[in-house]
Design a protein around this ligand. Sequence first.
Ligand SMILES: Nc1ncnc2c1ncn2[C@@H]1O[C@H](COP(=O)(O)OP(=O)(O)OP(=O)(O)O)[C@@H](O)[C@H]1O
Ligand SMILES: [Mg+2]
Length: 311
Amino acid sequence: MLAQLDHVTKRYREVIAVDQVSMAIKEGEIFGLLGPNGAGKTTLIQSIVGLVAIESGTITLFGLDHRQDERRVKQHVGVVPQELSIFEDLTAQENVSFFGSLYGLKGKGLRTATMEALDFVGLKDRAGQYPKTFSGGMKRRLNIACGIVHRPRLVIMDEPTVGIDPQSRNHILHSVRQLNASGTTVLYTSHYMEEVEQLCHRIAIMDNGRIIASGSKDELKDLIAADQVIHVSIAGRNGDEAAAIGRIEGVKECEGDQNQLTIVSHKDAKNVGRIIQALYEQGREIQSLSIERPTLENVFLTLTGRSLRDH
Ligand SMILES: Nc1ncnc2c1ncn2[C@@H]1O[C@H](COP(=O)(O)OP(=O)(O)OP(=O)(O)O)[C@@H](O)[C@H]1O
Ligand SMILES: [Mg+2]
């Protein structure tokens, strides 16, 4: 295992941000950490890289204890933090170079690694420019270049695609795959289910500081393989529909916003007719109804009773 976490706990006063987390990341994989706002993803990452002191548990990276062998471990880990950590008054090249020098690169080696990192994120042409002239997506990409300049074995990315344009987003997803193809192990956090599903080999779903499920996407979907997901659009809502549907036997979850309800029901319960009936009794008009295979979003909904998206 490249990284091994055992019963890691971190508390901020009364908030247990990371609660008895155990997980393992294999060499060469893209491991996804999926969870809504406040799940504890960033705290877990900060614990792994030693930016926050954990209260209990152990973290081993490359077979080394993350605190005892801190210097050796840090050499092989690259972090792309959730909050941009770039200097506006340094050029793109100077930014990347600065981070490279922190890892002991110098001279020609530093210059080559800097330009390679900029090239990798598609910013080579902008090397001499200042980040203040960059779009949000370009700043994100520069942030990534700073985190990978020293060619770490493990790259940890904390929600690198939040709030950016689709072009930069695709560029970032592509670079993560490329990094991985060249042998780098990646820990990728996000609250976008689709991204994690597309990108990651294995996934841990985190909520309220705990890992509530983990495995490959197929293994996760198998958790609710006996279920079906029913989407219903209705005209107007009074708010009582979800409760009424929730009372139907075999319905595991019913959740909705505006005019859309998402229902997870046991397949064998054959509940579609009963759902239509319940809505009819509530005086609601059905505009459309569809039945789908479960997604990771539905796994999260079934396990927590809440939606990932709306947080
Ligand atoms: N420095 C801090 N001081 C106090 N509480 C904190 C601190 N950092 C995080 N928390 C709390 O710990 C919990 C986990 O937060 P964390 O930022 O790790 O979650 P997250 O999954 O990264 O969320 P997001 O998707 O919003 O980035 C939250 O309840 C948060 O309010
Ligand atoms: Mg976070």
